[in-house]
Design a protein around this ligand. Structure first.
Ligand code: PMP
Length: 435
């Protein structure tokens, strides 16, 4: 080995003492009691926090509590016996193929069926070639952030927004910037102003992440007449719209507004999911990607999961082929509408006059506003003492500062229990308001 090669080799293979010394040096900057491996963590990992919603979920498992916190879909109406037979028929028919790796984009059969689901959602021109099947819409959000964002890039979000998206974006060290909406969703004029202000600061804005139908947490639906304007504003500023639509089909009256993607194939990356219209545990969602971006999105998705789950894709395909999936969606609509109505009636009956709330036309959530200056986070424990759990509003904003809002989920709770939960919550809020 010549001298310079051996120097290079020595530099690559540090002695054990040198490694120890380095580890001690980096570990010395850690807080007392922290494991030395904390010194190895990426800056990105430090940005990933336990979501406030997760804390609340753990609390809400306590017996005797009425949980209005968790937005789980109600699955009891699924035909379990038939699904069990389908699952075993898939293994019998497809054999080991059902348990093997598959293509990274997902099966052509399911991608073709997903185009039919999207037709029901209001997208009539989807091509299976541009569909990438992902592990839920959550994983598609992650891939989108990875493909488009470097640290410091801006993603605009409607404030409040889905906590899982906030966590994903923050993990990529994205600068998440809120756009304030009203009871009809994002206000185009405010979006325009926000974009201009951020651009004036020299920020690079990459995406607008939005849930136009029955936003989690607010339950708000973006007004029809604002939809095209919002896409036009983004197009002009060269911002890609990331439209997340897991609740779209769950509009109670079944009369769906057009997705942003409908007439905007080039400027909207659309996310869909079977979690709310079939079953979340299967972890099957999808992205409909503008054709010119498909390859980039698909390769990034493949780098994370190799391929979406083969067996689960077959089960979803079988479900779409052999079950009345549209009938099941109607069942869900009626069920969620009944629950939403029960929740709204209980709120009207028990809540103090100074509390207001959204009146969703679909989805899972109602969003309560207390008078300005009251922070709902400290009320969580008072609620638990009174036997009811909710999610404080701070969880759904990037700043996570004090918030006078809170989220109630009606999806998983029968009407009479919803009423009981509101009856318990109302005095807690009344006492906080009375100061
Ligand atoms: N987007 C929104 C708005 C959600 O509320 C949720 C989950 N509740 C998700 C995405 C994640 O859905 P999936 O199960 O498809 O990953």
């Amino acid at each position: 080995m010549n001298t310079s090669a051996s120097d290079a080799y020595a530099a690559e293979t540090l002695s054990e003492e040198a490694v120890d010394a380095l580890t001690r040096a980096s570990a010395s900057t850690l807080p007392p009691g922290a494991h030395r491996h904390e010194a190895l963590l990426s800056a990105r990992a430090a940005n990933i926090k336990q979501s406030a919603v997760r804390d609340v979920f753990e609390i809400s498992m306590q017996p005797g509590l009425v949980s209005l916190a968790g937005g789980n879909p109600y699955l009891q109406s699924l035909p379990l016996d038939r699904l069990a037979a389908s699952a075993s028929a898939i293994i019998a028919t497809h054999g080991l193929e059902a348990l093997q790796y598959g293509g990274g984009q997902g099966t052509l059969e399911l991608r073709t069926q997903i185009c039919q689901v999207m037709a029901a959602e209001g997208i009539l021109d989807a091509d299976p070639e541009n569909v990438v099947i992902t592990a839920g819409s959550q994983s598609a959000q992650d891939v989108a952030a990875k493909v488009f964002c470097d640290p410091g890039d801006v993603i605009l979000i409607e404030d409040p927004t889905y906590v899982g998206a906030l966590n994903t974006f923050e993990a990529y060290e994205v600068d998440v910037q809120p756009v304030i909406g009203d009871e009809h969703g994002i206000v185009p004029a405010l979006l325009r102003e926000r974009i201009a202000a951020l651009q004036a600061e020299g920020k690079r804005i990459k995406l607008l992440y939005t849930i136009p139908n029955f936003n989690n947490p607010s339950g708000v639906m973006l007004a029809r007449e604002r939809r095209q304007e919002i896409v036009d504003i983004c197009r002009k500023a060269n911002i890609l719209v990331l439209e997340d639509n897991p609740y779209g089909l769950l509009k109670f009256d079944g009369v769906l507004p057009e997705p942003l993607r409908a007439a905007n194939a080039e400027d909207v990356l659309y996310l869909g999911s079977f979690s709310k219209i079939f079953a979340p545990g299967l972890r099957i969602g999808w992205a409909l990607v503008p054709a010119h971006l498909k390859q980039r999105f698909y390769l990034a998705s493949e780098a994370v999961t190799l391929c979406p789950p083969t067996f689960n894709q077959m089960l979803v395909s079988d479900y779409l082929n052999n079950y009345d999936w549209q009938g099941q969606v109607s069942t869900y609509r009626a069920l969620y509408q009944e629950r939403c109505t029960a929740l709204l009636q209980a709120l009207a009956e028990f809540m103090p006059d100074t509390v207001s709330w959204t009146k969703p036309e679909g989805g899972f959530f109602v969003w309560l506003s207390l008078p300005e200056g009251i922070d709902t986070y400290p009320l969580l424990h008072k609620g638990i003492d009174a036997g009811v759990v909710f999610v404080p509003g701070a969880a759904f904003s990037p700043q996570q500062g004090p918030s006078n809002k809170l989220r109630l989920a009606f999806s998983a709770v029968p009407p009479e229990t919803l009423r009981e939960g509101v009856k318990r919550l109302a005095p807690v809020l009344a006492e906080a308001i009375a100061g």
